[in-house]
Design a binder for this molecule. Structure first.
Ligand code: SF4
Length: 345
């Protein structure tokens, strides 16, 4: 029976409503992207630590009651979680949920796209930082570009859409590929999302000079393809969207470092082991799984979600940018963050 949903939209201490939930369904991944998990192995979560689909569905329902209208599934790599279409099916039926999407590295997409679409998934983002096979291998440490491209086109054939391609732009690595990536998107009907390289986690070796800024990306892309700015989708999406003047579609650019958007950040994260995390750069999270497994009621869990959000004061990227601009110095390792492989970016 469908649950009665009543969104109450609590505000955090900076008056930001709770709107988006990113659910990490596993901390495992079949790639080892250098900016996410530069080490070969990790202290992977055991199966008993990971939330079951029923637990995820229960918590997701409570988040929706607390104001969430958009859910994105992430990992690790979400498609390595066995039976994911079944979870998609459960979440797609949540009353009050307007948008269900998934971010994937694409390696398993060719085989899973039809089942995901059939289960109710609406759109996907696929991470492709480079279109050069050797470079792709270098940054993913395990990935095969051809397999990912096959997955991308298989997803397109199923009718999933819009399909966005996420590309992290790293100075000196792939900043010479912006035009190639834009052309690829225009030619095949994908929306490119360029993302400034940032210091997620503690182990990715980020330094300010490796960030290729949104302004620099725009200059290069505009010199070839004139653009018109549209703004942030829905007012709070991290990307600033642009449309090609010639009508050939859209691109988005996320100025994670040089144009922080903490003021409109309405995102909460649920880790694969059931921790509610209020910022990508948080040091820890609130353990909803333990509460749930100790028998907490829906009302108690809902109150815990509202309390965690109500106490939220995170604005990490704003503060980092202030320090970088003021010359006060910014030491990424000084702040012990949760690794990106656990949060799904
Ligand atoms: S730094 Fe934290 S609060 Fe700021 S936009 Fe990123 S996730 Fe949101």
């Amino acid at each position: 029976m469908a649950r009665i949903i009543q969104a109450v939209s609590p505000l955090d201490t900076l008056h930001r409503p709770l709107r988006d939930l990113r659910i990490s369904v596993t901390d495992r991944c079949n790639f080892r992207c250098t900016y996410c998990i530069p080490f070969a192995e990790s202290n992977w979560m055991s199966r008993s630590e990971i939330l079951s689909f029923a637990e995820i569905e229960r918590l997701a329902s409570l988040f929706v009651q607390a104001g969430v209208s958009k859910i994105r599934l992430t990992g690790g790599e979400p498609l390595v979680r066995r039976g994911l279409p079944e979870l998609v099916r459960q979440l797609a039926h949540l009353e009050g949920l307007r948008d269900l999407s998934l971010t994937t590295n694409g390696a398993l997409l060719a085989e899973q796209a039809p089942a995901l679409k059939e289960a109710g998934l609406r759109r996907i983002n696929v991470s492709i930082d480079t279109l050069r096979p050797q470079r792709f291998r270098e940054i993913t440490q395990r990935g095969d570009l051809q397999v990912v491209l096959e997955g991308l086109f298989a997803a397109q054939r199923t009718g999933l859409g819009p399909i966005k391609i996420n590309a992290v732009v790293i100075r000196g690595f792939n900043d010479d590929e912006l035009i190639e990536l834009v052309e690829f998107g225009r030619l095949h009907g994908f929306e490119m999302r360029f993302i400034e390289y940032m210091d997620v986690g503690n182990a990715n070796g980020w330094a300010p000079e490796k960030t290729f800024s949104k302004r620099e990306m725009l200059e290069i892309i505009q010199s070839r393809f004139p653009l018109r700015e549209i703004g942030h989708s829905g007012g709070s999406a991290p990307a600033v969207d642009y449309e090609f003047i010639d009508g050939a579609g859209l691109i988005g650019i996320i100025g994670s470092v040089t144009e922080p958007f903490c003021g409109s950040c309405t995102r909460v994260r649920l880790t694969a082991d059931g921790k509610l995390v209020t910022c990508l750069f948080a040091e820890g999270g609130f353990d909803l799984k333990s509460m749930m497994r100790q028998g907490a009621s829906d009302a108690e869990l809902g109150k815990a979600i509202a309390t965690a959000w109500g106490g939220r004061a995170d604005r990490y990227s704003d503060l980092r940018w202030q320090r970088l601009q003021s010359g006060a110095g910014y030491e990424p390792q000084a702040h012990k963050k949760i690794e990106m492989i656990t949060l799904g970016g």
